[in-house]
Design a protein around this ligand. Structure first.
Ligand SMILES: NC(=O)c1ccc[n+]([C@@H]2O[C@H](COP(=O)([O-])OP(=O)(O)OC[C@H]3O[C@@H](n4cnc5c(N)ncnc54)[C@H](OP(=O)(O)O)[C@@H]3O)[C@@H](O)[C@H]2O)c1
Length: 343
């Protein structure tokens, strides 16, 4: 009898989720109801955002309860359908969870995948949440103009590397901030940043930013908050746009983080700071997918992936991401040769 291997939430962490916060179990392959379809996942994603989804704090989606299968982005194939808008054999990307099979409806789907001769795993990275976050965050929130200086934190990461490359395509000058010499090398050699700073090298970040951005920072794509952002805020150009994308530097949300006040910098530099979620732009995901896949095929967007075999890698993945140990977008490949059931 075939089963549905799943990763579930065993205990709620305060801070970075650890492997022991999760369990692995064999559940049933769901029977689908009218309006639903059954997705067999091929790849699962691990994203820093999952920390927020399980936190005992205000977040943007309902929190995951103890015992629930972990929410996660995945790509898979529809193997059974009772929904006229979704056909057997179609590939989809969406919130199908850290599991092998998911009963899904329209609301779980982020993108129907058109055949483009590109690896399916990319729909969890540069052609999925990470790429779309970079695309809409930079272009719609950051509003870059040719000639602007764009600064990106976690610049070698899945989102950051894409932000830097899109900014270059739009004629901007790019500066990446990343942790460690190898990530700085990736920023310069693989992702085309004009300059990169290793914030872990014991340098004076204010001084490094002043010398790399003598005219100030026009767009700051903020993936970290914390001391990196404090330094960038002291180096803004007039009319700067600060895109709040992530808060990777926060060790925990309880007690709440305290830090320098940004208001004076924003006032003096007549600047704007705005948070956003990639999913605010859900209706426009197909536009981003078409554009980014074209840039990939033209060789204008590069990406890195770290592909693991099996969902057993899921429980330890978040601590790895928050230590900055991953060497590319963290994706798990599932064995897809299982017998179809409920057919
Ligand atoms: N708003 C949205 O809709 C949305 C959507 C997707 C992702 N995000 C956010 O975008 C950011 C990047 O996501 P990603 O998937 O591309 O992950 P990522 O950048 O590949 O991985 C997270 C990175 O955070 C950095 N980091 C960890 N602890 C840090 C600390 N204490 N101080 C500074 N940096 C630290 C590490 O980079 P270094 O090694 O360079 O330090 C690590 O590689 C995350 O904050 C994520 O939550 C937001």
């Amino acid at each position: 009898m075939a089963s549905n291997r799943q990763v579930w939430l065993k205990s709620r962490p305060n801070g970075i989720p650890q492997a022991e916060n999760f369990g692995i179990r064999d559940g049933d392959i769901p029977l689908i109801a009218e309006g639903e379809f059954l997705v067999q996942n091929h790849y699962l994603s691990s994203d820093p955002a999952a920390r927020g989804w399980i936190a005992d704090a205000t977040t943007y989606w309902p929190r995951i309860e103890i015992g629930d299968t972990m929410r996660a982005f995945a790509v898979g194939e529809i193997i059974e359908s009772r929904n006229p808008r979704y056909s057997t054999g179609e590939k989809v990307m969406g919130l199908f969870g850290w599991q092998e099979y998911a009963a899904a409806t329209d609301k779980h789907v982020n993108l129907k995948i058109a055949p483009r001769d590109l690896p399916l795993s990319l729909y969890l990275g540069v052609l999925g949440l990470n790429g779309f976050t970079a695309y809409f965050g930079l272009l719609d929130v950051g509003l870059p103009k040719a000639g602007d200086t764009v600064v990106v934190s976690t610049a070698a990461g899945a989102v950051g590397s894409c932000v830097g490359q899109i900014a270059k395509i739009k004629g901007c000058r790019t500066l990446g901030i990343a942790g460690g010499a190898e990530k700085v090398r990736q920023c310069l050699d693989e992702f085309g940043f004009d300059a990169a700073i290793d914030y872990k090298a014991g340098i004076d970040l204010d001084e490094a930013l002043r010398s790399a951005c003598p005219e100030g920072v026009n767009v700051y794509f903020d993936n970290t908050s914390g001391s990196i952002s404090d330094a960038v805020l002291r180096n803004l150009a007039l009319g700067a746009r600060i895109v709040i994308c992530g808060t990777a530097s926060y060790p925990s949300w309880s007690p709440w983080n305290m830090g320098p006040r940004p208001e004076r910098h924003l006032l003096v530099k007549r600047s704007r700071m705005q948070g956003f979620l990639a999913t605010d732009f859900l209706d426009r995901f197909p536009e981003a997918e078409v554009q980014i896949s074209q840039w990939i095929k033209e060789g204008r967007i590069n990406y890195r992936e770290e592909i693991h075999e099996g969902l057993e890698h899921a429980p330890g993945s978040l601590q790895r991401l928050y230590k900055g140990e991953n060497t590319g977008k963290f994706v798990m490949r599932l064995p897809v040769a299982k017998t179809r059931v409920n057919a």
